[in-house]
Design a binder for this molecule. Sequence first.
Ligand code: CA
Ligand code: CA
Ligand code: CA
Length: 164
Amino acid sequence: MFISACQNSDTDVGIEKQLHNLVDIRYPGLVFSHHNQMDGAYYFHEMMGAGLAVIGVDGDGDLDVYLRQGSVNLAAESRDHLFINQWAESGEVSFVEMGTVFGIKNFGYGMGICVGDYDNNGDSDIFLSNLGADELLENNNGYFTEKPGPWQTELWSTAAVFFD
Ligand SMILES: [Ca+2]
Ligand SMILES: [Ca+2]
Ligand SMILES: [Ca+2]
């Protein structure tokens, strides 16, 4: 994870420069590699990144991280990853990948993600946009189940948003 910070300095030629520093912030357990499943055919979607969401999935007050994966490979490392923050439990920010424990089964080629309480019951639900059928994951006491609906069409979606 990279955080960009700005500082004003270096006025050696009378022009104030803005220096941008990238700070590498690493937390234990938050390790992820995005796979685009490229095979030499140079498909357009292979050059696109994938979305992420910072979301409190388990209601313990610390923020967890959901990362999309760009592959339809069924291997575990090629699926979406849900990293559960251990801050509330241990007092230290560290993460454990627990996607399957929370019901995350995504096998689609991931593009975007948005989070909102679509059913207005107080917990955060997830919408996944894919190259192919999109997915609405309803939060049921911290366990996500896929809801069927018209979003399950074989179209290509990228960004998504819940709004009122
Ligand atoms: Ca949490
Ligand atoms: Ca936690
Ligand atoms: Ca909800």
